[in-house]
Ligand binder design. Sequence first.
Ligand code: GTB
Length: 215
Amino acid sequence: MRPTITAFEASPDRGQGLARDMRVRWALEEVGQAYDVRLVSFPGLKAPAHRALNPFGQIPTYEAGELALFETGSILFYIAERHPGLLPDDDHARARAITWMFASVSTVEPPIIERQNAVLLERDKPWTEERLVAIDGRIRQRLGELTNHLGGADWLDGAFSVADIMMVHVLLRLAPSGILEEYPSLMVYLERAKARPAYQRAFAAQLAVFEQSQA
Ligand code: GTB
């Protein structure tokens, strides 16, 4: 069944692929599943109709028939379980890939979101500069640990998986900070991921939304 996802009608990143619908688009492109997109305005996110899909009033959501999901981790897991190619068949390798999916959002993403909040929402606070130093320390710790784990490997654990989609997208959110450049092997990992045709199709599709809004 062809799913419908939601995305920002006007993404604040101006189509740079940082909003989380990008994760869902990328996963769907990887497995060759066509999908529809319903664009939602900021007021629309908080309207009852959207909150019925996501009680937190956020994008993305995923609808297929009677099923409505929110949370990118859950949506990507659902897609990966139903299509070949995003989770290994081997039981242990599959469990490790799922572990890395959780690690991306539970261990790596939190300080990155803290940074974005500090920069975008708390810039004018007297404590922000000091807080940013602490946050950046926590980010660098995780990036160092991730670098050690990856070593020279192409992907997080063996073959490319849904965990790489999550991790790569979490890391890309740091792009405007310049911190990623301190970690050349992570940059290579990101470039490898961004070179995938499925990533490029997903990026082009979400960029087209921004370009149409400017036309
Ligand atoms: N844990 C949820 C998930 O993974 O699905 C988080 C979903 C979420 O944060 N959605 C954001 C949202 O709807 C969009 S992606 N925000 C609106 C609101 O809460 O009212 C976060 C995001 C927004 C903007 C940029 N950007 O401009 O660069 C990047 C990421």
